[in-house]
Write a protein that binds this ligand. Sequence first.
Ligand code: N01
Length: 539
Amino acid sequence: MTSVAPGAPRAFDALIIGAGFSGLYQLLCLRDRLGLSVQVLEAAGGVGGTWYWNRYPGARCDSESHAYCYSFSEELMQEWEWSERYPEQPEIMRYLNHVADRFDLKKDIRFNTRVIAAEYDEAANRWRVRTETGAAFTAKFLVTAVGCLSTANVPNIPGLDDFAGKWYHTGQWPHEGVDFTGKRVGIIGTGSTGIQAIPVIAETAAHLTVFQRTANYSVPARNAPLTPEFKQWVRDNAAEIRRVTQATPNGHPFTISERLALEIAPEERQAIYEAAWEKGGLQFRAAFQDLLVDKAANDTASAFIRGKIREIVKDPETAAKLSDIDHPYAAKRPPIDTDYFETFNRPNVTLVDVRTTPIERIVPEGIRTREGDYPLDIIVFATGFDAMTGPLLRLNIRGRNGLELAEAWAAGPRNYLGLQVAGFPNLFTVTGPGSPSVLCNMPVAIEQHVEWITACIGHMRAEGLERIEPAPEAVEAWVKQVNAAADATLLPQATHSWYLGANVPGKPRVFMPYAGGMAHYRQICADVAAKGYEGFALS
Ligand code: N01
């Protein structure tokens, strides 16, 4: 479906913004389980959310495929078969299109429809939503399903407009792809995205220059095709996989060891790290229970990975730059990779440390650092996102009495359970800041939120209630809990991470996701509902 022309507002029971993992399932729940009239407004030309936009070379999920999917439908779990240990971007797009078609969702989604404003009309108890094309919609309930990492952060480096070559942000990658053959390419950023893209770009570029500001840990992904036996095991154990993902703090299908890193002999610990390194993937951080709470324990993991970097990278100077990491392991979102460190052994790859020799400007021919010029044909910005609050604030949401969300959150996000903001009745934010979201395997966090929101709206309809919003005291208490949960971990010690908003100049430094664990959070939300939506005002 294409964009709609301006005209009289179209009225629905609920509007959902976004057609990624969250929006699709929220549509299914509100429409098919509650019988509401629902419209999804989606800026992209298709379903997929983050996977629609992030088509950069090497884009692949770091969660294992058998858990990076919906678990609400046994039939869906049985009929879909993933091909590799980690799903690649095109395969995730096929999956989400399959889900959308299987449940007949697309007929209620308006694509190419970017929301530019949403305002609460108190007298009518309706949200009034406007799109870029001037179309208008109203609904009692507004659900944002806009993702946490969907607002590209292109750094404001002087001279970009004068660059004579082409430049791209990984989160807004052209659908037709980019041909690097024979080109001098520069990439800025060594987060999860850069670490995935760098080895793939290096394969075809004439030369790749990597501009690294903060060195990063990475563990091999060990991606591989799934065997027929494993696929069968997944089908046979679907219920158990679901149970494990719902019971673990991070929503992944593996449990975290009970062992403490410092309670065993160094040789035994080394052997455990070696085995985890060989196994690969995000479960490296599950090798010991205390890696994210005890700095001395974390130092052992950190030292192990730095040792691996120095072993893999042949040039000692490059190895030193790559292993000079300034934060605890996994305090920033830990990447996993396929041949990332190995790529620096290629003759066509150069590492530039822009912490010691900062980028001064972009010139027509390339990038100028304090040390000199790097001539380039293409610049790739793997510079991340205005995370968590960015996608919500750009919707220009106004609540009661015209209160802007940007104003309510001027000092950082403040809400209750990451689900609702005081002064914004009937607005629900799927995986909003203050919820586990990005610290969790996302589909697990999404299903929990969507099901909670659905049950809440179902309850309101059953009880004849019209409005729900959090009490200011509940917000106050939750913000404290979010801060306390973060402070009980090493996560805030990575002072420049996007979890803290530190990657976007001027953004308030507030630890945004809830770090108390998904399973614990699920229980808190269930208890709140069981106590008649404690902390919310319903009327
Ligand atoms: O972004 P990032 P990302 N000059 O913010 C650097 C998810 N994800 O797109 O650390 C120079 O992590 C910045 O440097 P520094 C995952 O949750 C998932 O890589 O700020 N450098 C950093 O190196 C992930 O965490 C998957 O000093 C600049 C990099 O750019 C999140 O998305 C795959 C700079 C940005 O790293 C974001 O990852 C990929 C500047 N002005 C991503 N500005 C899968 O699961 C920024 N940088 C598949």
